[in-house]
Design a protein around this ligand. Structure first.
Ligand SMILES: [Zn+2]
Length: 424
């Protein structure tokens, strides 16, 4: 990932109820700042230095004790307030070391407390910029989804954010990585849609009639599982006291390092795959991902003979299970950045896995049936058929907005998708 970052500001437009929630969150976090500061000053007077990790651990208790905290304040919001205080104290100690006589960091009144931050997009806050990054929506934990206004000249991947209040109202500042700004469509990009699975992570149907299977990187899941096995062996040794504390500590550290490595490689694979798809697709269709759909496909894969992903252990499967959601999120934001329309069909209405992409007939297929074999003569793999239904639906959606528009290049034969959408 590129290190070049850029900051973008958006004005927030909360409604009355959200305004009240924002004010309350602001008050709770201001109190947290003041309480944490008081604790640090008291400790310093006793000659003790309090660390950030100590105060972060205390959050668990604080959360249970403070009225109105639960459901309103996200852990990352609280952690970033504590982190800001830590930085203020570091500066305080630095000045002390330099022989100055600095004052303590200050207690904050409601007017002097700026706000809070978010460490990671999707964790406590979610931004939905409109195509071209002009305005959009943001969802804040405990507050809800609200309109935001602002224009990004250099869009990118959202890394962090912070929310602040001033006399004019609320502002969201985003830090974005700018490497994505260079991402462009291929000159021959075409519409496509995908069906999500577990072993086959995604089956993509392209408008030119071709299909692509994106396989889950199984070797990474297997590696992770091998690691877990080693780890439980280690724990058994530790329980039986057959290993020294020192050796145990060292082994655990090594294990954590290897876990992180596998996780990083999985993430890298998903980033590369979604980046490529966002480049080659000019319109993306899929179905709304529900947990139900995921477990269904997980079960489906296990039931299908010869395709059992994870009969031997639930863990391997649980690792694979997280991939579709990550894949979907990554592709969604990369499509947004590229200005590519991303359409999600209502699964229950469209029934992509039961509908025939050619004749539109709906017939229930048991999960074990891996092929689509329709009376109309349409024969495809189950996942391919579902992806094709989604593709035709997405293209019909776009076409129905502008009835005079000529069909795009590579429009699949027939207008089945239109009837599919109308029937739904
Ligand atoms: Zn058919």
């Amino acid at each position: 990932m590129s290190t070049a970052t850029r900051s973008i500001s958006f004005r927030l437009y909360p409604d009355k109820r959200q305004q009240a929630l924002l004010d309350r969150k602001h008050a709770v976090l201001k109190d947290l700042w003041n309480a944490a500061l008081e604790e640090r000053i008291g400790a310093w007077r006793r000659g003790v230095r309090i660390r950030l990790s100590y105060q972060e651990k205390a959050l668990k208790t604080v959360r249970a004790e403070v009225d109105g905290w639960r459901g309103l304040v996200h852990t990352h919001e609280a952690q970033t307030v504590l982190k800001r205080l830590e930085l203020a104290f570091q500066a305080f100690f630095r000045r002390l070391r330099e022989g100055q006589t600095p004052g303590f960091p200050r207690f904050r009144s409601a007017d002097r407390f700026r706000g809070w931050s978010y460490k990671e997009h999707g964790n406590g806050f979610k931004v939905e910029p409109r195509p071209g990054w002009r305005h959009g929506f943001v969802t804040l934990f405990g507050v809800g989804r609200m309109r935001m206004r602002g224009i990004a000249r250099t869009p990118g991947q959202i890394l962090k954010g912070d929310v602040s209040r001033d006399a004019r109202g609320w502002t969201l500042n985003l830090v974005v990585g700018t490497e994505c700004a260079e991402r462009e469509h291929d000159p021959d990009a075409q519409p496509g849609a995908f069906d999500l699975g577990v072993e086959t992570l995604a089956t993509v149907a392209y408008a030119d009639g071709s299909f692509e299977r994106v396989e889950n990187p199984r070797h990474l899941a297997e590696e992770a599982e091998a690691l877990w096995a080693e780890q439980s062996k280690l724990s058994a040794l530790a329980r039986a006291r057959k290993i020294s504390k020192r050796a145990l500590k060292k082994a655990r550290k090594e294990m954590a390092r290897r876990h992180a490595k596998v996780a990083a490689r999985r993430k890298d694979f998903l980033h590369k795959t979604t980046a490529r798809l966002a480049r080659v697709l000019s319109l993306i269709g899929t179905e709304t991902l529900a947990v139900r759909n995921l477990t269904r496909s997980a079960r489906g894969t296990v039931e299908a003979p010869g395709r059992n992903v994870a009969q031997k252990a639930g863990l391997n499967r649980s690792i694979l299970d997280t991939a579709p959601a990550t894949f979907l999120n990554m592709l969604r934001y990369k499509a947004e950045e590229a200005g590519t329309e991303f359409l999600e069909a209502d699964t229950r209405r469209l029934k992509p896995s039961q509908r025939c992409p050619d004749c539109d007939a709906v017939r229930k297929k048991p999960l074990s049936v891996r092929t689509h074999d329709c009376a109309c003569g349409c024969r495809l793999g189950r996942d391919e058929a579902a992806a094709l239904v989604l593709l035709r639906w997405a293209m019909a959606e776009v076409a129905s907005r502008d009835p005079d528009a000529p069909p795009r290049d590579g429009h699949p034969a027939g207008t089945v998708g239109v009837s599919a959408a109308q029937a739904a």
